[in-house]
Design a binder for this molecule. Sequence first.
Ligand code: NI
Ligand code: MN
Length: 226
Amino acid sequence: MRLTYYGQSCFMVEVDGKKILFDPFITPNPNAKHINVDEIKPDYIFLSHGHGDHVADAIAIAKKNGATCVGAAEVAGWLGKNGVEKVHPLNHGGPIAFDFGKARAVNATHSSSFPDGSYAGNPLGFVFTTDAGNFYYAGDTGLTMDMQLIPRWAKLDFAVLPIGGNYTMDVTDAIIAAEFVNCNTVVGVHYNTFDIIKIDTGKAVSDFKAAGKTLLLPAIGETIDV
Ligand code: NI
Ligand code: MN
């Protein structure tokens, strides 16, 4: 699978010719000024929760590309109210079949409201099982025992985990999360966008290595094979 990183928790995974974008926060991100949002053409947009640093560009990108947006029922409702035509509401539970494979929503320990303060349902993570491989995007979350359920559902090829601390797991907890989900390849997100989530990336990589795991930190705009 190919993964392109767009800063904060925004990334796109190409699976079986389908482009799945996650949590677009690009135009307000000072670190992502070199990214041209018009060149991002997803088939799907998955949204983990309603916070601004995850949904900022969702409506505009969805409308421009006719992308199907997937998120909590409340997030899907908000998108629909804002003129997004194709939405798929879901909540924690069994896997849902899409044309690229299956996705299920899993627990994330966080909060969720829209930039205007209105209720956005529960924050979510997502587990994907596809013919091309399996992966987990944790969304914004602290370390939670619920992650130990994930190996029952999928043998993961990679996991996308927040590592910036303060609002989410830090590097130390993300290493434990990688153990919980039984995955040795982690793509780190949700770090260095703001001072409050600044980390030492060199130490993060070596801490993962010391735990027998690989932390991938693609540059903003970089595409990697995972
Ligand atoms: Ni958040
Ligand atoms: Mn966030």
